[in-house]
Design a protein around this ligand. Sequence first.
Ligand SMILES: Cc1cc2nc3c(=O)[nH]c(=O)nc-3n(C[C@H](O)[C@H](O)[C@H](O)COP(=O)(O)OP(=O)(O)OC[C@H]3O[C@@H](n4cnc5c(N)ncnc54)[C@H](O)[C@@H]3O)c2cc1C
Length: 435
Amino acid sequence: MVKRVVIVGAGPSGVLLAHYLLRRDDRYYVELYERRSDPRTVAFSQSRTFPLVLNERGMKALSKLDGILAAVKAVSLESTGSLNHQKNGKTQLLGRRKPLLTLNRTQLVITLLKTLTEQYNSDRLNIHFDHQCKEVDFETKTVTFENTAANSRVEVTVDYDLLIGADGARSQVREQFLSTKDFELEQKYIPSAYKSIFVASEGVTSLKPGYIHTWRANNGILATLVHDINGSIGGVVSFPHKNNTIANLSTKEEVSQFFADYFPEIAQLLPESEAEAFLNRPISTILKIRCNRYHHGESVLLIGDAAHATSPSLGQGCNASFEDVAFFDQLLDEYSDNIAEAIAQFTLRRKPDTHALVELSDYAFPLSGKLLFFELFIRLRTAQFLHQLFPKYFSPSLFQLLSETTTPYSEILNSHQGWISKVKQANEKFLQTQH
Ligand SMILES: Cc1cc2nc3c(=O)[nH]c(=O)nc-3n(C[C@H](O)[C@H](O)[C@H](O)COP(=O)(O)OP(=O)(O)OC[C@H]3O[C@@H](n4cnc5c(N)ncnc54)[C@H](O)[C@@H]3O)c2cc1C
């Protein structure tokens, strides 16, 4: 019998899961509900979008579907390393053996949606934009959505055989788990908030294409910029949310002065119009999420950020979400599409890695401290060098393991526990000094 799957959230993980399920012959009929409007038809505001970096993990999950990795590559740029810009104008290069892909999050979702609707019609797939999940009833196996496009705020209730919560860090589906026995949730704002930034790109020679460009100030403020395939250059400025330096900027002149003081190279690329746009963009905060299980009963599963949102410092969230999807597909194979078994196994076998990812994302990067950054840089360069010379005896560096391999996150955490504990202590100390 065809199983009716309701996926809440058409972000990267929800849309990729629709691809994976629909490829399993005609065993699944998919209804995808998204609270936002269709990104293919609505011009997206730059306020909440940001560049994403896809690594080996994300690319591997995409490559298992015919033509999808190629479609994503067609809207991405390759990046062969990170260039850390220092105040004296010099740069430190952290090269990569395997190139990463950089692209805009909204562009990634548009590409996944386009390839999905080109392949499947309404006999197997229905997508409902402007539908916000309001309530889930596990007893009757129904979900209620409000149609936010219609002025009347019409509500629709639909039933499911399998419900997937792919609705991000503030998941409404996960909210319903809170009323179930023995469900534990830890949710916490990470210490850093961020604002998107877009700089002038025409004729810019100071930022080499093909690299992720970063600048760090000593007070925990970090700027990241990457080139987009459309020719623009954008990124984020992240900062400890207890530090009011950015929140207190009140005129475009103050914004320009802030960049001149902290990131002079960026200041030179910041037209007045962007200084004003930056001022008006909201500050976004980021939740980190840890749950003790990702499934409920025999028919509900959380994936992606809904299950394990993390700090974006390592650029792993979307990659890990894609790994979730490929792993769930593998479980459906292993358990011959027995959903109850597959979702229970998902919790059991995926949790050690996703919990490890949350820890790694919090503490792989120091928030401050010149000496620690220097130590990190030396550790990474030495590990890369030794691994290149004697691959049998020396494992790749921490960041190579994270981005250039699919080594389970729990193994990476175990083998780098010393560094993680050291940064944890330093970060906690640094945060106590922030007001
Ligand atoms: C600044 C920043 C930079 C990042 N950089 C990287 C990076 O370089 N690499 C990387 O791998 N990851 C990165 N991440 C993390 C990455 O964006 C997330 O891990 C990824 O988007 C998770 O995908 P998702 O589909 O699970 O959730 P989301 O992307 O959050 O998508 C959830 C979807 O559900 C919808 N939704 C929410 N609530 C409802 C509801 N009630 N009803 C219906 N729909 C709903 C939302 O509108 C959204 O479309 C970054 C994150 C941030 C904030």
